[in-house]
Design a protein around this ligand. Structure first.
Ligand SMILES: NC(=O)c1ccc[n+]([C@@H]2O[C@H](COP(=O)([O-])OP(=O)(O)OC[C@H]3O[C@@H](n4cnc5c(N)ncnc54)[C@H](OP(=O)(O)O)[C@@H]3O)[C@@H](O)[C@H]2O)c1
Length: 237
């Protein structure tokens, strides 16, 4: 499987690359980012599976970037403005980065996918509280002044799933809605109503889903804990 990871340098994508490189089902990883990324030192010979591709414009891919994306089997899209960085950018930039970059990616990968009989799998990372309509806005977003942001993430979910539905089976789309992603490298945070998942578990769950197929179109935090822990236990066995 040729796997594209959108956002090569982030917290989750770094773990996806670490776990993905030794995975025998994954033959290559194309990591898209605005900066170069290196394989972790522990990857050894598997480092050769990683192709770091620097993208200057995520709304208009250059021909050389498109060449790297040809016939990808799956993509895990992690690029977004996270709540922590929300105040650092104008809102229009947040919309572009969190919604439009993902829709351009699914459309571009689909147009470059020529494998017959094997759909492209596209997984969009969203968040637990992201509502798909104004009626679903949870109290937590209202309290923290994040209604508009949440709705943009929810709109991205709808657009990505809609793209899959309208593709006549050419693209399988999935949205994941994690809570707080914990790891030993980060101080543990608590936000009322937000569940937790370990970084190792979520990365294992996402990789398992793109390799074996999506269990359903929207995966909750609990789904990913279950899928990720099962995948890691199977790897140990
Ligand atoms: N971490 C959590 O606890 C958590 C919880 C729930 C949901 N999520 C969701 O999971 C996804 C991944 O989260 P994360 O924690 O891994 O985020 P992260 O560490 O902030 O990584 C985000 C990635 O997006 C890239 N990016 C951001 N702005 C960009 C831009 N303007 N152009 C190109 N690339 C850009 C970053 O590149 P640079 O390194 O160059 O900035 C990085 O590779 C996000 O959708 C997030 O909302 C995360």
């Amino acid at each position: 499987m040729k796997l594209v990871i959108g956002g090569s340098t982030g917290y989750v994508s770094t773990e996806l690359i670490r776990q993905g490189l030794p995975n025998p089902a994954i033959t290559s990883i194309v990591a898209l980012g605005r900066r170069e990324v290196q394989a972790p030192a522990e990857s050894g010979a598997f480092a050769a599976k990683l192709r770091s591709v620097v993208v200057d414009d995520f709304e208009n891919y250059s021909d050389s970037v498109k060449k790297e994306l040809e016939d990808a089997d799956a993509c895990i899209w992690t690029i977004a403005v996270t709540p922590m960085n929300l105040q650092t950018l104008p809102f229009e930039e947040t919309v572009k980065i969190s919604r439009d970059y993902a829709t351009v990616a699914i459309r571009t990968l689909d147009s470059l996918h020529t494998k017959q009989g094997a759909p492209l799998r596209f997984l969009y990372m969203s968040g637990h509280f992201a509502p798909r309509s104004i009626d679903e806005v949870p109290e937590q977003l209202k309290t923290h002044g994040m209604i508009k942001y949440g709705l943009v993430r929810g709109e991205a979910e709808t657009l990505i799933l809609g793209y899959g539905e309208q593709s006549n089976g050419a693209v399988q789309a999935c949205v994941v809605k994690p809570g707080l992603i914990d790891s030993p490298s980060r101080p543990k945070r608590e936000i009322p109503g937000l569940p937790h998942i370990e970084l190792t578990d979520i990365a294992a769950a996402l990789l398992s889903q793109v390799v074996h197929g999506f269990e359903k179109d929207t995966l909750s935090n609990d789904d990913m804990v279950r899928i990720g822990q099962k995948a890691l236990a199977e790897q140990k066995a």
